[in-house]
Design a protein. Structure first.
Length: 282
């Protein structure tokens, strides 16, 4: 396994304007190509922008949509992760991320749909039902978690148990989305460092930036190594950040702190079963 040059594309989208957002994607893909990037990650719902009440009929697209094919062709040998509203064959819509690599498309559908604060995705999208790894070049195995997916403690753990050695984490995080005194930027600081360090998972975190639609996207996209340390970080404006990840660092981190090896999923299964079978407290 050899090193991987990765990048996060922090962008300011045009709400509901797929054509304009495609142009932004093309420009970032070109910049990444010039920089020799192997894997480029765009934020959650990057082709449509993050919308509280999206027009699903207009903005939804199938996995074989020409827009995705166009980006895949432009990317060439580079792997590119883009966010979109997926319209499934059965008519349901998903908050999805497409991983485009060598002409193939692998889809992750968001599993943990928020329904709190100003976030009401549970009333808009269907819930995903699978967490599968994507095999990248040089034996890198990437798991994709979309934003709130990473706040469900079981999902990063399951990704690590499945053999992931890289985490793709596209988000749409704005300052006031949760409400009250909750500080989204600080929350992500803790979440990202904890997950990367605990599971020895280098992480590419790609966020939106700019104010629009009542949201104040704070940017702060970053790349973390397998010890949870930041190796690249964006400000609050559109930016492409790049870093090179060494597989030896991840192997060493996971050997030093073998969380996944020692996590004993059978014990967790028994405890969960006992908890579910227990009568409710009065």
């Amino acid at each position: 396994m050899s090193s991987l040059k990765v990048a996060a594309a922090q962008i300011a989208c045009r709400p509901g304007d797929i054509s304009a957002n495609l142009a932004i994607h093309r420009a970032m893909i070109e910049r990444a190509r010039v920089a020799g990037v192997d894997l480029l990650v765009f934020p959650e719902l990057s082709l449509t922008d993050y919308l509280s009440r999206p027009d699903l009929v207009t903005l939804g697209m199938s996995a074989d949509a020409p827009e995705l094919a166009q980006l895949a062709a432009m990317a060439g040998p580079m792997t590119v992760s883009v966010g979109f509203i997926e319209r499934a064959a059965d008519g349901r819509h998903f908050n999805a991320q497409a991983l485009l690599a060598n002409g193939a498309i692998k889809i992750h559908r968001k599993l943990n749909l928020p329904g709190y604060g100003r976030l009401r995705e549970d009333a808009v999208y269907a819930r995903g039902e699978a967490l599968a790894l994507a095999q990248l070049a040089n034996r890198w195995a990437a798991a994709t978690l979309i934003c709130a997916d990473s706040w469900n403690p079981a999902l990063p753990w399951l990704a690590a148990l499945s053999g992931a050695n890289l985490l793709i984490l596209p988000v749409a995080s704005s300052k006031d989305a949760v409400g009250g005194s909750f500080d989204n930027a600080r929350g992500w600081e803790i979440n990202l460092a904890h997950t990367a360090m605990t599971y020895g998972l280098p992480t590419i975190f790609a966020n939106h930036c700019g104010r629009r639609g009542g949201f104040d996207f704070w940017g702060g996209s970053r790349i973390l190594d397998a010890t949870g340390l930041e190796v690249a970080r964006a400000g609050d404006e559109p930016e492409l950040i790049v870093a090179t990840l060494d597989p030896a660092d991840g192997l060493a981190a996971r050997a030093r702190l073998p969380t996944s090896r020692d996590s004993d999923p059978d014990l967790v299964r028994r405890l969960l079963g006992a908890h579910l079978d227990a009568p409710p407290e009065s």
